[in-house]
Design a protein. Structure first.
Length: 263
């Protein structure tokens, strides 16, 4: 299925490479093969339009996944007055917060702990290849049902180290309902974080990443080594009022700008 979507003030490359998702591959300098759950498409950006080729689903899915209908202009206007954030916004203001599946996001960020992006992508690729379903262009993300009865030996093919135990614990607790991912939508960040942290390997940072990238909770503010540098260098007295107006989006723009050496 091929189609186009309007995408004003949007950067596909920044949105995909800013550390919020891992199931994509560059096809060329302007196109990416993107997987989300059981869906995939080759997505290219042409100015203010996105071109989708070989999509396994219709436009509605991708419009929601890429968050194309959310009013980011209002959020970005609230960042004005903070010179560091304004500079980061000028260079990385086309980032949108993806609306990812919470289960997929949870496992992805458990795998991300103390890891680098190429290795994270490799582990996730092996997880999907070994335990997902065959779909067009690749493999789907495996379900809790598929993983809950696996053993550490089964997951040895992932070469995920200590994270394999965390993946199995997450599958068991989510599948049993001990951690109910659907209920988290209605929780505030603190209570949602406590629920997610019942899972081994989910600390404050991982939980907040899941809440931001899997639940679109824009008041979640994950702090990793890059954000620690940003806060130490530019905000020694804590986040500015502008950052606090939408911490999740501000964090992602500052994170990407710092990692890209723009600030």
């Amino acid at each position: 299925m091929n189609f186009e979507l309007e995408a004003n003030n949007f950067s596909l490359i920044d949105t995909l490479t800013c550390g919020q998702c891992f199931r994509f591959r560059a096809v060329d300098s302007n196109s990416f093969l993107v997987f989300a759950g059981k869906n995939s498409a080759v997505i290219s950006q042409k100015k203010s339009a996105l071109e989708f080729k070989f999509s396994t689903c219709g436009p509605d899915f991708w419009e929601n996944y890429l968050d194309l209908n959310y009013n980011y202009d209002r959020l970005l206007n609230n960042f004005r007055g903070d010179k560091i954030l304004e500079k980061a916004m000028y260079l990385c203001g086309g980032i949108k917060i993806l609306r990812q599946d919470p289960w997929e996001t949870l496992i992805s960020f458990i795998i991300s702990a103390n890891n680098n992006i190429p290795r994270i992508q490799g582990i996730i690729d092996r997880l999907c290849y070994g335990f997902g379903e065959k779909i067009e262009n690749g493999f789907s993300f495996p379900s809790t049902t598929r993983l809950k009865n696996c053993s550490s030996d089964d997951l040895a093919v992932l070469r995920a180290g200590f994270r394999s135990r965390y993946i199995l614990d997450a599958a068991s607790k989510v599948d049993s309902g001990e951690v109910d991912l659907t209920k988290i939508y209605d929780m505030d960040v603190e209570n949602a974080k406590k629920s997610l942290m019942k899972i081994c390997g989910v600390g404050d940072k991982v939980a907040k990443c899941v809440l931001l990238f899997g639940y679109h909770k824009m008041d979640a503010f994950p702090v990793d080594v890059w954000m620690k540098k940003v806060l130490q260098e530019h905000y020694p007295n804590g986040p500015s009022e502008q950052i606090s107006s939408c911490p999740g989006l501000a964090q992602q723009i500052l994170f990407h700008a710092k990692r890209s050496k723009y600030i």
